[in-house]
Design a protein. Structure first.
Length: 684
C-alpha cells in the first residue's frame, strides 16, 4: 500500500538529519490569531506531542466547551458547546475533511492528528472563511504536507508509543527537507489497538487499525510566497462495540490531492492571494462479518480562493469565493454489497413503489436507504476588521463578516429498486440560499484585560442525508426516516468573552446564548421499525436554545510550578410546547491541573470531574458523574543536535468506571479504565 512506501521512504534520511529549528506558529485564518476579535483555541505542537490522544475528539475533549462524540475508540468527533454534526465542520489545512462523519455517529472524521502541527478551534466571524453552516464552529487540523516557507535543511521526527489497556502500538515519522527554494515533505504512521477494558470488563469489538501518510512538494520564496501539491492517504479499520457483541466493523479509506498557493503582494492593494484546491476520493464499507452490508462512496472537490487586501478606509480583511461539490452513493443489502446498485434499466412510471410498509402513520421501506445525491455549493464571503479608538472609552478591534451561499442538492433514485421509490417529484432538485452575518468587537480595557462581544445571524441548509435517508443505521441500532421538506435553520447567537492576561496568569471566561429558529434535530418516535424492531427517528424542525459558560485560569505559581483550572457548562432545550432536552447534551465538567518543569524533567497531575447529566431527551437515560485522575512525566535528552523525549502517562489512575454521555454507545461502551502509556519521540 502507498502508506507503507511513504513510511519506508521517510525513514531513509534519519542518519543525515540536523537539529530541528523552532517554528513560530500562526493561525491559518489571519496574519495572527490576535488580529481577530473572538478567541481562537490553539493546540500547539508541544501540546500535541504530549497528548497521546487516539482521535480528534479525544484530543480536544478536556478543553472548555469541547466534548467528544465517541463511538468506541475508533471514532471521536468534536462537539462544540453542545452542537455537533454539520454545525461543526472538521477541516484539514482549511479544507473540508470530505468524509461522512456528520451523517452518522459511527463514521470517523478523516482528520488525522498523529503528525499534525497544530489544531485550531475557531468560532465567530472567522468561520465564514471555511464554508456554510458552521454555526458551532470549525475544527481545523494543520499539518506540513505542503511546506509554505523556505526549507534549508533536513529535519523531522520519529515517534513510537505503546499502551497497556488496549495493547495499542503507534509508529509515526515525518521528514521535511529542501534547498531554500524547493521543499519536500514525507510523513507516515501506523496505529493499532486491541479491545480496551473499562474497569475489569473487556469491551468486545473495540479494536482499531489505522495507517496513512502524505507526500508533498512545494516551491517557496520569502518574497513571493509558495505553490505546492500533496497527496495523502488514510485507511482505517475499526470495530463497533454493540450490545449483541456481533463482529461489526467500519473500514473507511480516503485519498486526497491538494494544490495550494499563496502569492504575496501580487498587485497594489492586495497583500496576499491564496488558493487551495482539494480533490477527495472517500469510501467505506460496513461489515457484520462475514457480510458487507453497507457500502458508501463520496467524491468531493473544493476550491477556496481568497484575497487579503491592504488597509482601505481603515479596514483590512479577506474576501473570496468557496466552491464545493460532492457526490454520495451507497448500498445497503443484507445479502452483501460488492458495488453500488444500478437500476437505471428498470421501467418506472414515476409513481410510488408497492414495497412500502405503513406503521404508526410513517412509511418504511427496506432497500437502498438514500438516492444518489450530488450537492453543489458556491459561497461568497467577506470578513473585515478595523481598530477603533474613542476618547474616554478606550480602543479595540471591530470585525464584520458576511457570507452568502447558493446550495443545490440533486437526487437520482437509480440506486433504488423502482418498487421502493417515492413519487418522481420527491426527487426534484432542492435549492437553498443560506446567508450569515456576523459582527464582533473587542474592547481593550487596559494593558491586561480585554472584553469581546460577538453577534451573528447564521443559517445552515439541510444535508442530503437529512432530507432523503429512509432506512437502517445498523451500527446505531436505529431506523432513520426521511424528511424532504426540511428548510434552512437560523441561529441568532451572542457570545461575550473576558480575557485577563498578566505576567504570570491568563484568565478566560465566556458566556453565550444561541437561539435557533427551525433547529433540525433527530426526533425519537414512539414506534419501532417493522424489520428489526429498532427505535425509529425522524429529522424534525423546532425552535431551540443553547446557553452556557466557559472558564479557564492558567497561573504560574513558582519558577517551576504552574496550574490550570477550567470549568464549563451548557444547557439546551427544544422549545416545543413544554421544553424537551437535546439528545446527548454534554454534562458540566471541571478540571484542575498542576504542571512542574525543571531542566530536562517535566511532570503533571490532573483531576477531571464530570457531573451527572439529567437533562435528557425523550427515551434517553441520565448518566452518573465521575472523577478521573491522570499523571504524566517527561524526560528530554539532547545529543548531537538531536532531541529525544520519553513520556510516561497514566490515564484514569484509580481505574474508575464511567460513561461518556455524549457517546451514542454510552449504554454498552463505557470509558476506558486505567491506561499506562509509554512514548518516545526523536526530533532531529
Amino acid at each position: 500500500m502507498l502508506y507503507r512506501f511513504i513510511l519506508a521512504a521517510a525513514l531513509i534520511p534519519i542518519a543525515h538529519a540536523t537539529e530541528l529549528d523552532k517554528v513560530i506558529i500562526k493561525s491559518s485564518t489571519q496574519t495572527s490569531i490576535h488580529d481577530i476579535a473572538q478567541s481562537v483555541l490553539v493546540i500547539d505542537e508541544e501540546a500535541l506531542r504530549k497528548s497521546q490522544a487516539k482521535s480528534l475528539g479525544e484530543l480536544l475533549e478536556q478543553q472548555p466547551g469541547v466534548s467528544n462524540a465517541s463511538f468506541g475508540p475508533g471514532v471521536g468527533r468534536p462537539v462544540l458547546r453542545g452542537l455537533s454534526g454539520s454545525r461543526v465542520k472538521t477541516l484539514v489545512n482549511g479544507q473540508d475533511s470530505s468524509d461522512l462523519s456528520a451523517m452518522s455517529s459511527d463514521h470517523a472524521p478523516m482528520a488525522e492528528i498523529t503528525n499534525a502541527q497544530q489544531v485550531e478551534v475557531i468560532q465567530g466571524p472567522a468561520t465564514l472563511l471555511y464554508g456554510s453552516g458552521a454555526i458551532g464552529g470549525i475544527v481545523n487540523v494543520i499539518d506540513r504536507s505542503i511546506l509554505q516557507s523556505p526549507q534549508l535543511e533536513t529535519e523531522g521526527s520519529l515517534k513510537a508509543s505503546i499502551s497497556s489497556n488496549d495493547q495499542a502500538q503507534t509508529l509515526a515519522t515525518e521528514i521535511n527537507s529542501g534547498d531554500g527554494r524547493w521543499a519536500i515533505h514525507i510523513d507516515a504512521y501506523d496505529k493499532k489497538s486491541n479491545d480496551y477494558h473499562s474497569g475489569k470488563t473487556r469491551i468486545k469489538n473495540s479494536d482499531t487499525n489505522t495507517q496513512g501518510g502524505s507526500i508533498g512538494i512545494s516551491k517557496t520564496s520569502l518574497e513571493h510566497g509558495f505553490i505546492g501539491a500533496s497527496i495523502s492517504v488514510l485507511e482505517q479499520d475499526y470495530a463497533i462495540p454493540n450490545i449483541n457483541e456481533t463482529q461489526t466493523r467500519v473500514r473507511p479509506k480516503q485519498t486526497r490531492f491538494n494544490l495550494a498557493s499563496s502569492w504575496l503582494a501580487p498587485t497594489t492593494g492586495i497583500e496576499r492571494w491564496a488558493t487551495n484546491v482539494s480533490v477527495s476520493d472517500y469510501a467505506h464499507d460496513e461489515l457484520t462479518r462475514p457480510i458487507t452490508e453497507g457500502l458508501f462512496e463520496k467524491d468531493s472537490i473544493e476550491i477556496n480562493s481568497k484575497i487579503e487586501h491592504s488597509t482601505l478606509f481603515g479596514w483590512r480583511g479577506t474576501l473570496g469565493i468557496n466552491v464545493a461539490q460532492q457526490k454520495i452513493k451507497l448500498c445497503h443489502d443484507h445479502t452483501g454489497c460488492d458495488k453500488i446498485p444500478d437500476y437505471s434499466n428498470q421501467q418506472w412510471n414515476g409513481n410510488q413503489g408497492n414495497l412500502f410498509t405503513t406503521q404508526g402513520g410513517y412509511e418504511f421501506v427496506h432497500d437502498t436507504p438514500m438516492p444518489i445525491t450530488e450537492s453543489s455549493n458556491i459561497g461568497y464571503f467577506l470578513v473585515e476588521h478595523k481598530p477603533w479608538e474613542i476618547e474616554g472609552i478606550g480602543q479595540g478591534i471591530i470585525e464584520l463578516g458576511a457570507r452568502i451561499d447558493i446550495k443545490k442538492i440533486e437526487a437520482d433514485p437509480i440506486s433504488i429498486n423502482s418498487s421502493s421509490r417515492r413519487v418522481k417529484e420527491y426527487y426534484d432538485d432542492k435549492n437553498f440560499f443560506p446567508t450569515t452575518f456576523s459582527a464582533a468587537s473587542t474592547w481593550f480595557l487596559n494593558d491586561t484585560q480585554r472584553l469581546s462581544l460577538s453577534l451573528s445571524r447564521a443559517q445552515r441548509a439541510p444535508d442530503g442525508e437529512e432530507l432523503y435517508w429512509n432506512g437502517d443505521h445498523h451500527a446505531t441500532f436505529s431506523y432513520q426516516l426521511d424528511n424532504a421538506y426540511l428548510t434552512e435553520e437560523t441561529a441568532y447567537t451572542t457570545d461575550l468573552i473576558w480575557n485577563i492576561t498578566g505576567e504570570k496568569h491568563l484568565i478566560r471566561s465566556a458566556v453565550y446564548y444561541y437561539h435557533f429558529n427551525d433547529y433540525i434535530y433527530n426526533d425519537l418516535k414512539n414506534i419501532t421499525d417493522p424489520y428489526h424492531n429498532h427505535p425509529v427517528y425522524k429529522h424534525e424542525q423546532e425552535d431551540a436554545r443553547f446557553y452556557g459558560f466557559e472558564f479557564s485560569w492558567q497561573q504560574q505559581l513558582t519558577h517551576a510550578l504552574s496550574g490550570t483550572l477550567s470549568l464549563d457548562s451548557v444547557r439546551a432545550h427544544l422549545l416545543e410546547g413544554e421544553d424537551k432536552g437535546v439528545p446527548r447534551l454534554p454534562p458540566t465538567t471541571a478540571s484542575i491541573k498542576i504542571n512542574w518543569k525543571n531542566n530536562n524533567w517535566s511532570a503533571s497531575a490532573e483531576n477531571h470531574w464530570v457531573a451527572k447529566q439529567n437533562i435528557i431527551a425523550q427515551g434517553e437515560r441520565s448518566t452518573a458523574g465521575f472523577n478521573t485522575f491522570d499523571i504524566a512525566a517527561d524526560y528530554t535528552v539532547y545529543f548531537s543536535q538531536k532531541e529525544i523525549v520519553t513520556r510516561l502517562k497514566i490515564n484514569n489512575l484509580f481505574n474508575v468506571t464511567s460513561t461518556n454521555h455524549v457517546s451514542y454507545l454510552k449504554e454498552f461502551a463505557p470509558n476506558s479504565g486505567r491506561n499506562i502509556q509509554l512514548q518516545s519521540q526523536l526530533y532531529f
